[in-house]
Write a protein that binds this ligand. Structure first.
Ligand code: SAM
Length: 253
């Protein structure tokens, strides 16, 4: 491929992913809006309403990047319950993304409170996070970047308290053949070209498209979640926008 990503050995994926997000960190938020026409905001809002955190919830937001999910989480708790005891840890492998996130939080009431903290590390190894310590675990548009998804799920299971919930928002597979065709053209041609124009970085956005295509379809991913020990309700996922994205969820019971 253009980016050569398909031929990269597994051992190099982590370094490559780090490079991609180091490249895009400062442009990340604006690019999300440009590429998705703002739809990622609706998906994330829906994701938070589905999680529906209760007062005092302790959330680990893995691959939290610039803190989009963390911000929504704290806003939800404040607006819905008047709660300021909920806590979120934004966890990410990339210090550049975390820096952008920290900067964003300085302009909010959560700055310098115990409601938000940042931690650098790999989703495959949450070594500094104790067993059974979190009420909820979220990962939004992050898991497809991880080399060993099974290890990510195993760690999610370990750190959740019994009764805790795992929730993943990720690009997924469009089943409808007509919409799928349109989406293919959009993703293969339009996204890398927009990456070139807006961020002057075609390769990182080419990687984005390839990583979406390589990620397992909804049912297969739901099975991986069950295999990690989670209990899922129904089929274990909900399609968003014809399956362009999906929310997968499971409980540690
Ligand atoms: N969750 C945020 C959002 O929805 O806007 C950020 C998503 S961004 C597309 C993906 C993030 O995953 C990047 O910040 C990247 O650094 C992080 N990431 C990639 N591989 C990771 C890993 N193995 N462990 C932790 N974070 C990782």
């Amino acid at each position: 491929t253009h980016f050569g990503f398909q031929n990269v050995p597994e051992s190099m994926k982590e370094a490559l992913v780090k490079q991609v997000f180091a490249n895009v960190a400062t442009k990340y938020d604006i690019m999300n809006d440009v590429m998705s026409g703002g739809v990622h905001r609706l998906w994330k809002d829906h994701f938070m309403r589905t999680l529906a955190p209760t007062p005092g919830t302790k959330l680990l937001d893995v691959a939290g990047g610039t803190g989009d999910i963390a911000m929504r989480f704290l806003d939800y708790c404040k607006e819905t319950h008047g709660d300021n005891t909920a806590q979120v840890t934004v966890f990410d492998i990339n210090p550049n993304m975390l820096e952008v996130g920290k900067e964003r939080f300085t302009k909010t009431p959560y700055h310098n409170t115990s409601q938000v903290s940042f931690m650098e590390g790999n989703a495959e190894n949450l070594e500094h996070i104790p067993d059974n310590s979190m009420d909820a675990y979220t990962i939004a548009f992050g898991i497809r970047n991880c080399t060993h998804v099974d290890r990510v799920l195993k760690e999610a299971y370990r750190v959740l308290k019994p009764g805790g919930r795992f929730m993943c928002l990720e690009f997924s597979k469009v089943e409808n053949p007509v919409i799928s065709k349109v989406y293919d053209v959009f993703s293969f041609d339009v996204i890398p070209t927009m990456g070139q124009i807006v961020a002057n970085d075609r390769d990182s956005y080419q990687y984005l498209v390839e990583s979406i295509r390589k990620f397992p379809p909804q049912k297969e991913f739901a099975k991986m979640i069950k295999d990690a020990g989670f209990t899922v309700m129904g089929q274990g996922y909900e399609d968003l926008t014809f399956g362009v994205a999906a929310i997968h969820s499971g409980f540690k019971l």
